[in-house]
Design a protein around this ligand. Structure first.
Ligand code: ATP
Ligand code: MG
Length: 434
């Protein structure tokens, strides 16, 4: 009779584990992002992953994909409706208003973490995914819009992606100019009503601009001929847009004006942009953002101009070249073998000593004992540069044996040698700085 295995509990569809062989890529990209934020002097903010449902409904807009069908919403035990954050901007604004850090101040903030949307899982589209978001408050000029775009362009360069992405740009105007355009667009869509799909019919009254964002192939021709918001902009938005384009021109950042770019969230005004790639199939947008001058007030704060963007890390990481990532894999500098009981007793202390004395060193202790051969196998598998061997012989001689696994040694030296502890430290320092 065999033992029966308990049934395995699986993760939730679209919510992925990031396994040990994948985390180096994440750490590499996250490190690059942190350096990027530092180089522009932006500050990190952290807020909860759960918020009151009303926050997202009021900010993102009732008639949007996110609020209509993608939110993870549930009742808390006391009956409050809560939602796992589908994006960061609303929560960032909520935190800023609540903590009084937006009044009469300029804030340049960033955050990084998981977001949740109940979408159909596929490549580049998950139910738990990760974003880095950047939000700037208290600046209303196009110069800061340009800075955010420069920042993203710098990231593509740092990750070797400049040739894979293109920038699309549009202006949504002020709410009042958008009202005028909205009625012109509604008239046009009414005339073409037979061509509208179910989603679009529903949006015809509530949110006609979103119809321009439809991916339905059958509607593309009709959408292409629709009146353009760009032709109905108010003077202020027009000037803002012209100046933004001038900034980008002088920064040498190429862009394409896409008059159909409306973004999936209601809170945008004036500048909107997306960075897109043709390397990821249908999920081609890796970074999206824009200005949202009305949102802070709409969420109960003082009138505060704001602009920001969010970038999906899964899509970003899948674009980064594997060879590039390989270069950044972090293997141990040394694996310590402990042969016999005496060595096992003093081995961990030796490893601690190395970590004290050699800053930045990575030491793997081959715990659990075993034959020399099996310990060596584990050392080799770790891809350590050297093996440090501690046995009775070494303990008697107050020495440690070094076996060079991958590190190049001086050609006149043997492949294996006994060194004193201070010689070992000297060697390890060399390995770390190499
Ligand atoms: P899409 O049009 O692809 O649905 P979106 O307009 O809903 O994107 P935003 O809300 O603007 O996306 O989010 C910004 C970025 O976050 C996207 O460009 C993408 O990189 C990433 N993102 C959004 N939804 C997902 C998801 N379900 N899975 C993975 N990444 C996502
Ligand atoms: Mg979406």
């Amino acid at each position: 009779m065999g033992t029966t295995l308990a049934e395995k509990i699986q993760s939730i569809r679209g919510m992925n584990d990031i396994l040990p062989d994948e985390t180096p890529a994440w750490q590499f990209v996250e490190e690059k992002l942190r350096q990027l934020m530092q180089s522009y002097d932006y500050d990190e903010i952290r807020f909860p992953i759960v918020e009151k449902t009303a926050l997202f409904k009021r900010s993102i807009g009732e008639v949007t994909d996110i609020v209509e069908k993608e939110m993870y919403t549930f009742d808390d035990r006391n009956g409050d409706s809560l939602t796992l954050r589908p994006e960061g901007t609303a929560a960032c604004v909520r935190a800023g208003v609540q903590n009084g850090i937006l009044v009469n101040q300029q804030q340049r903030l960033w955050y990084l973490g998981p977001m949740f949307r109940h979408e159909r899982p596929q490549k580049g589209r998950y139910r738990q995914f990760h974003q880095i978001g950047v939000e700037v408050f208290g600046l209303d000029g196009p110069d800061i819009d340009a800075e955010l775009i420069c920042m993203t362009a710098r990231l593509w360069k740092a990750l070797g992606l400049s040739d894979s992405v293109t920038l699309q740009l549009n202006s949504l105007g002020t709410p009042s100019s958008r009202e005028v355009y909205r009625s012109i667009l509604t008239d046009y869509l009414q005339e073409n009503k037979p061509l509208l799909d179910e989603d679009s019919l529903r949006r015809l009254e509530s949110n006609p601009l979103r119809i321009l964002d439809s991916k339905n192939p059958a509607m593309q021709d009709m959408i292409g001929k629709a009146p353009r918001l760009m032709d109905h902009l108010d003077d202020e938005s027009k000037e803002h847009f012209t100046r933004l384009c001038a900034y980008l021109d002088s920064a040498g950042i190429a862009y394409e004006i896409n008059t159909r770019l409306v973004r999936g969230l209601d809170y945008y005004s004036k500048t909107v942009f997306e960075w897109v790639t043709d390397k990821l199939g249908a999920q081609g947008t890796i970074c999206a953002g824009g200005r949202y001058d009305g949102l802070v007030k709409q969420l109960g704060g003082r009138d505060t101009p704001a602009v920001g963007f969010a970038m999906g890390l899964e899509r970003l990481i899948s674009l980064v070249d594997n060879d590039e990532l390989e270069k950044h894999l972090k293997h141990p500098h040394a694996a310590l073998l402990m042969m016999g009981e005496r060595a096992q007793n003093s081995g961990l202390a030796l490893a601690e000593q190395l970590r004290n004395d050699v800053s930045g060193v990575r030491v793997l202790t081959v715990c659990g004992g075993g034959s020399f051969k099996s310990q060596m196998k584990r050392a080799d598998k770790s891809q350590a540069k050297i093996a440090l061997i501690l046995g009775d012989d070494e303990l008697d001689n107050n020495a440690i044996t070094v076996k060079y696994l991958r590190a190049s040694r001086d050609s006149d030296k043997p492949q294996q040698e006994q060194l004193s502890q201070s010689q070992i430290i000297e060697l390890m320092n060399k390995l770390v700085s190499f």
